[in-house]
Design a protein around this ligand. Sequence first.
Ligand code: SF4
Length: 200
Amino acid sequence: MNEGEAVLHICCAPDATVPWRTLADEGLNVTGFFYGNNIHPIEEWERRRDAVIKLAGIYGMNVTTAEYNSGEWFDETALLADEPEGGKRCAECFRLQLSAAAKFAARCGASYLCTTLTISPRKNPSLINETGRAVCESLGIGIKWMPRIWRKNDGFKASAALSKSFGLYRQNYCGCEYSVREAPVKSPKGDFAVWERRAG
Ligand code: SF4
C-alpha cells in the first residue's frame, strides 16, 4: 500500500473541481476514478466522462474511467425504482459507486479513498461518509476513508465558479433514469441561479 496515494471517486467533473485540487494541495497524489453506471443514457455518460477527462487535463492529474455497465446498476436498484431522490435508491447507489471506487483503490494500492459526492447540497453527507467508511472496512486491507464534507465553506459555490471558468459541462439532473423525472427545466436564458440551485 502506497502512503500518500489517494483515489478520488468522481461523480462528475464540476463536483470534482474543488476536492481534486484540495487533496493535491494537501500533498496527496490523487488518482480520479469515474464510475458512472448510474448515469442514463449512455450519451449523457459520455458527456460526463469527457468532462472528467478534460478536468484531469486541466489539473494534470491521472484519471481512470470505468467501463459503462448500466445493466448492473439497474439490476441492483430495480426494486427501488419508485423511491424519491434522496431515498433508499440513492443510498444503494452510493454503495455501488463507492464499492467500485474502493475496489479500484485496492487495485492501485492506494492508502486513501475519498468522494466528490459530498459537495452536492442535495445529498446526505453523513450517509455518504458512513457508506464510504463501511466499504473500505469491508475490503479489510486498510484503505482509509477520508470523511470530507466538500460543500462546507461555500464549496458548492466555488465548484460552480470553477466549472464555469473551465467551460466544463454541467448537467441538470443527478444521473439515473429516475432522476430525469425530477430534473428542472433549464432556463432558456441560461439563468445560472436556477442552474446552480438545482444541479448536482
Ligand atoms: S438520484 Fe442520483 S444518487 Fe439517487 S439513485 Fe439516481 S443517480 Fe443515484
